[in-house]
Every structure is written in C-alpha cells, then in structure tokens.
Design a protein around this ligand. Structure first.
Ligand code: ARG
Length: 569
C-alpha cells in the first residue's frame, strides 16, 4: 500500500532530520485531490510548523532533503505554504501492478490485528411490514461484513429478527378470526402483515378487540400451548420466506438469533442488574439511570415495566452477553436506522456500567425518499417491502435487456437479475449513509453515470478484450508504464488497497462505490487513449495486464458491495 509506506518513510524523515515529533502527532499522507502536483500529499510540515511556531515551508524543505523514497518516487516538491507532494515513479508503479495482478487480495493488506466482529443487520420484524430501514440495513450491513472479512477480520453475521413482541397479540387474534389460509400458503409475510394491519385498525375502532389482543398476548407469554404453536408457525413461515429473499439477494447470515431466543435470560438479567446496583426500581418499573452522563441524565433505560414485561432494551442486553460470552466478540456493529440512536446510546452506557469492554458501534443511516421528497412508497401506495422493490427492479432491467441480441431467454433473465438487484444495492451503497436519498428507478438503472449498470458494463468491456484475443495471454510481471493514461490507470488500481481499508474507518461503503466509479472512468479514458489489441510487445503486455487488473478490481470491488457481475450484457 503506497500510502502506508510513504507515511512510514515520512515519519523516518522527521527522525533523520533531527526533528522530534510531539506526543500524539500523527504524520499523515493522503491521496492527492489534485493530481497535477503529485499522487500523494502530506501537510505534516504545515501542522507541525504551526505547533512549533517555525516556518512550515522551511520545515518542509528540511524533511524533503531527509526523505528517502528514491525507490518509490520520481519527484518530491514543496508547494504553497508547505505541502509536500510526492509523485510515484513509473518503475515503482510497474512493479506494484505486477504484484497486484498476482495477488488474490489485489494488493489489499490484511489487518495486523484481526478482530472478532459481530455485525447485527437487517433484523426485520415478523408480521410487521418490512420497511426501507430494513432494506438499507441489509445492504450496508452485508457490505461492511464482506469488507471486514476480506481484510482479515473474523466476522459473525447475526440477524436479530423481531420475532417476539406486542404485535403477536394482534396476530394471534387475527389468526383465529380472519386468516386466509390459502394466502398464507402463497405469501406468508404478506398475509401476516395484512392480518396485523387489519386487526390493528380494528383495535383503534373497538376497545374490546384491543382487550382481546392483550389477553392473547398474555396467554402467549405464559406459555399457552395453542398460542405458542401459532406463534411458532408464524415465525417458521416468515423465516422460510426471508431465507428465500436473502438467497436472491446473495446475503448470508451465520445466525438468526431473534429476540425470542433470549426470553429465558431476561428475568435473571434484570435481577442481576438490580443486585449489582446498576438498575433500580423507580415507580415500580426497573430502570438504569445515567446520572453522570449529562445528555442521558433525564433519559433512563427502562428494562422491566411495572406490569413485569420486558423491553427491546432488555433483550438487547441479553444479546450482548451472548455475543461476548459465547462468541468472544471484540466488536459489535449495529447497522440500524438513525431513529434508534438513543436506544443504542443507552445500551452502550449500560454495557459500560457492567464493565463490558467490547467496542460497540451504532452504524446509523437516514431514510429513502420517493421522488416527491416524502417517504418512499410502492406503486400501490403501500410502504415499501424489499421483495416488491427487487421484483420491480429486475422487471425493469428485463425491459432493457430484452432489446439485446445474441442472448437466450435464460441468459437474458440471468442478466436482468444481476443488473436489477445490483442497481438497487448500488443506489443505496453509493450514497453517504446518513443522507436521505431519493429513490429513482431511471437514475439507478441508467447505463451512464454512477450506477451499477455502468460499472457492470465497464467490467463486461474489460472482459470482452480477452474474448477477442486468439491464443494465450501472458500477463507481464513488471509493467512498462509510459503513457499518461496508463499511469493514471495504474495508480487508480493500486489505490484499491487504501480505499478498501478506508471504508471501515467510518463505515462508509460509498467510498468504495465512488472509487469503483472513478476506476471505470479512468479505464474508459485509458481505453480511448491507448490501443490495446494493436499494440505490440511489452506495450501490449502492459496494457493487457492493466485491463486484466481492472477487470479483477471491478469484479472484486463490486463483490465487496454485494453486487454480482455478468460476463456479457
Ligand atoms: N427489529 C428492529 C427494528 O426493526 C431492529 C433490530 C436491530 N438490532 C438490534 N440488536 N436492536 O427496529
């Protein structure tokens, strides 16, 4: 990784120049935003100059003189108030690319300290409509899990399904009165949601229905055999269907430990928190207060209601215990929408009081909006289900693919599947996770612009070159880079390594998406400027190797976003 090597060289240059770095001063090197002055840039001299009250430009010159990068750079310059600009040499780039094409990880380094990371994502609620929040969580969580695994962490994915809760009071009553068994057979999630919505509406109009639902729920919680049986069937049917959806999406979980899995642990957990003095009884409910945390001082975490019922937070605390004790988690990542921010802040504070040192992160995200800027709805005006979105995306992609010639119907269906699903995922992952983005079919399915179809097509174009070649291709171990377009592409390819690691600094898949888009663009410019197939000898080999590396980085990078590719389209 160029950035890492240059950083350590720069650090060494300070020592060599006899400049002591103050405690905690981090020498940083970044990818240059304006490549006219160099490929990498550091403002270390400027920041340090300010701290030491010395002339930053003179300091930069001093470091430049001590900097040993002959094997990597062909030019070092000091610009403006004291920026150090570094330009890589063609030789270093050529060697690096030779290494990258042979590496299964394409130059991406494995982390020095591998962590056991639990990624908690997707987590829809049984018998309640799955909303866009679950869609975003599914795509972001899956992508982060893939990247963490790729760079060498041990990742455990867990789907904390909402399979226990007050909604079951309504479902039980609805099951016994208005269930359409044929519809349940066909599309269980849809039918359960219909039943839930119908009974929910009834409860609003009729107090008596609400009372019935409550008593059904109490019976369930007390272990009534009939109600338990119905509940089990609801969960099993929904899980079956969810598994089909996840398979279509190519999203995988190591565990589906839903909320109900922790029922037996809740009572002892609350007792334990009371005896250890972490929780207290307040107004006959059990709470954990955070009197020493100013922003939570008036926001206690409720863990047992006065009627004895447990809450979402109680289950989450028991879940943390399991993840730490059974799975030895070093980190837990919760990929859950921004509205649950307070819940997680409280949860992490309770964990802290319990002395749990596992790193816990709430990886939040905003909403998806419709074209009208309001909450996103389907064609029928319902709130959006994941399945509907996917089906519509594939349908729309199929319309585009239908015009193509030279493909069988099966191939066309396969391509539409890849493009449609990829388009929906990419529309999500190319956004900063905190923005409320507008959902637009036309934009996400466009063949031009920052879209999945554009990137998949770029991959297809890199592959088509190799199909046109007769005979074997020998990729070259050391590339001879001369043309500016070759150079630009080589640097971009080498920066896959940095980008992949950068995604996990702040959990931002959009950094990888943005990188892949730039790579595809750089590749197209290269392809226009440099003829590959008509070139000869070392030039041809170099260019073919660049094409091969581009195709592998695109495929691997899209794969890390959870997006598949196709060889032709
Ligand atoms: N089922 C929850 C919801 O739909 C999300 C669960 C997130 N994970 C967790 N451990 N709380 O809001």
């Amino acid at each position: 990784m160029f950035r890492a090597v240059l950083t350590s060289r720069l650090q060494a240059a300070f020592t060599a120049a006899g400049i002591a770095l103050p405690e905690g001063f981090a020498v940083s090197v970044v990818i240059a935003s304006d490549t006219r002055f160099g490929d990498y840039q550091s403002n270390a001299a400027m920041t340090l100059g300010k701290q030491l009250k010395t002339n930053p430009r003179a300091l930069a010159e001093q470091i430049k003189a001590a900097l040993q990068v002959d094997d990597l750079c062909e030019k070092i310059t000091v610009e403006g108030p004291g920026f150090l600009n570094l330009t890589l040499s063609a030789t270093a780039l050529g060697q690096k690319l030779g290494v990258i094409v042979k590496d299964a990880y394409l130059g991406v380094l494995q982390v020095e300290k591998s962590q056991r990371i639990v990624v908690d994502f997707s987590a829809p609620n049984i018998a309640k409509p799955m909303h866009v929040g679950h869609i975003r969580s599914t795509f972001i969580g899956d992508c982060l899990a893939r990247i963490a695994r790729f760079i060498g962490h041990t990742v455990i994915t867990d789907n904390h399904i909402g399979d226990w809760g007050t909604q079951f009071g309504m479902i039980l009553h609805g099951w016994k009165t208005i269930l359409d068994h044929a519809a349940l057979e066909k599309d269980p999630i849809h039918e359960l949601v219909r039943v839930y919505k119908n009974v929910n509406a009834q409860t609003k109009a009729d107090e008596a229905v609400l009372t019935t639902c409550r008593s059904e729920l109490v019976k369930l919680q007390q272990g009534d055999a009939e109600n338990l049986d119905i509940w089990k069937r609801c969960v099993a049917l929904s899980l079956d269907q969810l598994r089909t959806i996840y398979a279509k999406l190519d999203v995988h979980f190591d565990h589906f430990l839903g909320e109900s899995h922790f029922n037996d642990q809740l009572a002892p957990l609350v007792e334990n928190l009371l005896t250890s003095g972490i929780a207290e009884i307040s107004d006959s409910a059990t709470c954990v207060f955070f009197r020493d945390v100013p922003e939570l001082a008036d926001k206690p975490c409720l863990i047992r209601k006065s009627d004895g019922g447990f809450l979402y937070a109680t289950t989450d605390l028991a879940t943390i215990d399991h993840r730490i004790n059974a799975w030895k988690a070093d980190e837990i990542w919760y990929v859950v929408g921004a509205p649950q921010e307070l819940h997680f802040r409280q949860l992490f504070q309770v964990a802290k009081k319990r002395g749990q040192t596992t790193v816990m992160r709430h990886i939040a995200f905003g909403s998806i909006l419709g074209q009208d800027g309001k909450m996103f709805k389907t064609r029928s005006g319902e709130s959006v289900g994941l399945l509907e979105v996917l089906d519509e995306a594939v349908e729309r992609a199929a319309v585009v693919v239908a015009e193509r010639e030279g493909f069988s119907d099966d191939e066309k269906a396969q391509i539409a599947q890849v493009i449609g699903t990829g388009a929906v995922k990419y529309a999500e992952l190319s956004q900063h996770r905190m923005t409320d983005y507008k959902f637009s079919w036309d934009k996400m399915l466009a063949l031009q612009g920052n879209t999945a179809p554009y990137l998949i097509n770029a991959y297809v174009r890199t592959r088509s070159i190799f199909r046109k070649l007769d005979g074997e291709v020998t990729l070259t171990p050391v590339l001879t880079i001369t043309e500016p377009a070759e150079r630009a592409l080589a640097i971009k390819l080498a920066q896959f390594a940095e980008t992949t690691h950068d995604v996990l600094v702040d959990h931002r898949p959009n950094l990888l998406a943005g990188y892949l888009y730039e790579l595809a663009d750089t590749y197209h410019s290269f392809y226009e400027a440099c003829n590959v197939l008509r070139a000869e000898g070392a030039v041809r080999n170099t260019r073919l190797t660049l094409c091969d590396a581009t195709s592998r980085v695109l495929k691997t990078g899209l794969g890390l976003l959870g997006i598949q590719t196709t060889e032709r389209m």
